[in-house]
Design a protein around this ligand. Structure first.
Ligand code: GTP
Ligand code: MG
Length: 234
């Protein structure tokens, strides 16, 4: 009887675990963002910015909220490391894509990579948040400017590929356009922590509402994610 009650209690108080990928170009501020999350949500403060170097591989961090656990994976953004990102796509529950709003020179490069993430079939149905980081810098583009810059970049891409567009691509473009139209962009300063809680709230609310009614999907994905995260890198 004790075991039965214990099992029932555990079932009732069990927290779902969701896996969230933090992606973006090298230098965008992904690790700084993750370390700030650790500082804000755990008893062990994250690394201070002066202790953070370029990520070779991935960093992880787990936070426990009243009704869920969020497991973050910050993947290195350098060109050579981006080729492993796709390994995590199958099993993630949400993506936060970090853009350096202070680095105008690399915005197009950032959009190209963002576009390839956003249009991956495995990511199309997954909550995706665009973070315009480094808002503490006076030269940073605002959230509106970042959104506008991406939309302009996307229009240019569409125009240049128009001649090659067939029916299949047309459907794909429509899906992508719908996604862009409903894309959420938030401004953050990973260094100062501004907007970080709002971004975590967004991710939590979206994963809860997307997966809570499909516990089978959540459990299956979470197990796979856990296996993937602990798999040695080849
Ligand atoms: N001003 C400012 N600088 C930031 C902010 N976030 C990160 N940085 C700086 O940007 C640089 C890169 O930060 P990282 O967090 O290492 O960037 P990353 O995206 O993890 O880079 P990779 O690991 O190479 O993919 C560092 O010098 C940070 O201090 C921010 O909010 N404001
Ligand atoms: Mg990093």
């Amino acid at each position: 009887m004790y075991h039965l009650l214990k099992g029932f209690h555990e079932y009732l108080t069990r927290k779902e675990q969701y896996s969230i990928l933090i992606l973006g170009l090298d230098g965008a501020g992904k690790t700084t963002f993750l370390e700030k999350i650790k500082t804000l949500y755990t008893d062990t403060p994250g690394l201070s910015p002066d202790k953070i170097g370029p990520t070779v591989g991935q960093n992880t961090g787990k936070i426990t909220l009243p009704s869920a656990i969020l497991q973050f994976s910050d993947l290195g953004g350098q060109r050579g490391i981006r080729s492993i990102w796709h390994r995590y796509y199958d099993n993630c529950h949400a993506v936060a894509y970090v853009i350096d709003a202070d680095d105008r020179e690399r915005l197009s490069e950032g959009w190209e990579i963002f576009d390839s993430v956003l249009s991956d079939p495995r990511i199309l149905g997954v909550p995706l948040l665009l973070l315009a980081n480094k808002q503490d810098s006076s030269l940073s583009l605002s959230v509106e400017e970042i959104r506008h810059d991406y939309e302009e970049w996307y229009q240019r891409k569409l125009e240049s590929s128009r001649r090659r567009t067939d029916r299949g691509q047309d459907t794909e473009n429509r899906l992508q356009r719908d996604r862009i139209a409903s894309l959420d962009v938030m401004g953050v300063s990973a260094i100062e922590g501004t907007g970080v809680r709002a971004a975590v709230d967004w991710l939590f609310i979206r994963v809860q509402s997307r997966y809570v009614f499909d516990p089978l999907l959540t459990v299956r994905s979470t197990e796979k994610v856990s296996r993937e995260l602990h798999k040695p890198e080849s």
